[in-house]
Design a protein around this ligand. Sequence first.
Ligand code: HEC
Length: 142
Amino acid sequence: MRARALIHGALAIACAASLGAAGACDGDPTPGGAADASADASPTDASPACPSDLPASCPAAPPSYQAEVRAIIERRCFPCHASGGTAARKRDFSTYDLVAAQRSPFLNQLYACAMPPEGAPAPTPEERKKLLEWLVCKAPNN
Ligand code: HEC
C-alpha cells in the first residue's frame, strides 16, 4: 500500500516536472512509436525525455548501499547536498540515516529528473537504475 502510494506520487511529479516536454506524460509506453515517425515531433532541446523507468518491485538482489549506492549519491548529490553544498541546509544526504529518512522526496526528485538540477551532471542510466532499485527496496543499509 505504502509503496503503491509512493509510486503514484513519483509518477505524478514526473509528469508535473515535464509539462514543457510535449508527450512525456501521455502514458504511452510504445517503443519507437509516433514520436520518431515524423519531423513534427519538434524536439524542444537536446535533453532526452525523463524515462518512466521506476522498477515495479524490489529486485531479488537489491543494490548495496555500502558497495555502490553511497558512491553514486556522493558523486551526483553531495556537491550540493552535503556540508558546504548550496542545498545542504535544505536537504542533507551525507549519511545513510539522512538519506533513509528522506527516501520519498529523494525518489520523487530523482525519478522526475528534477534532481540533479539542469546544469549538474545527471546520473548515468546505470547509476539511475541502481538508485531507483535501492529506493524501491526501501533503502536498506546493506
Ligand atoms: C548542483 C546542485 C545540486 C545537485 C547536484 C543536486 N541538488 Fe537537489 N537541490 C538543489 C537545490 C539548490 C535545491 C533547493 C531547490 C529549492 O529549494 O527550490 C535542491 C532540492 C532538493 C530536494 C528537495 C526538493 C523539494 O522541493 O523539497 C531534493 C529531494 C533533492 N534536491 C534531491 C537531490 C538528489 C537526490 C540529488 C542527487 C541525485 C540532488 N538533489 C542533486 C541542488 C542540487
